[in-house]
Design a protein around this ligand. Structure first.
Ligand code: SF4
Length: 64
């Protein structure tokens, strides 16, 4: 599974990093990006999906 943040949609609410800090990090302005290349470890898949579902801007894409 892989996670992608659409930077054109992210508004910096930070919900993703709260739900799944292993995969999503925030920059100093609160905008999100993925850790490394966005690969989601098996144990984090549920959290990553929860983060995507909770993003108010639908900015998180989950592949695989
Ligand atoms: S929850 Fe969505 S809008 Fe908020 S920081 Fe994460 S990707 Fe951006």
């Amino acid at each position: 599974m892989k996670a992608i943040v659409d930077a054109t949609k992210c508004e910096g609410y930070g919900v993703c990093a709260e739900k799944c800090p292993e995969v999503f990090v925030l920059d100093e302005w609160g905008y999100a990006s993925v850790v490394g290349d966005g690969d989601v470890a098996a144990g984090e898949e549920e959290n990553a999906r929860a983060a995507a579902a909770a993003c108010p801007e639908d900015a998180i894409i989950i592949e695989g």
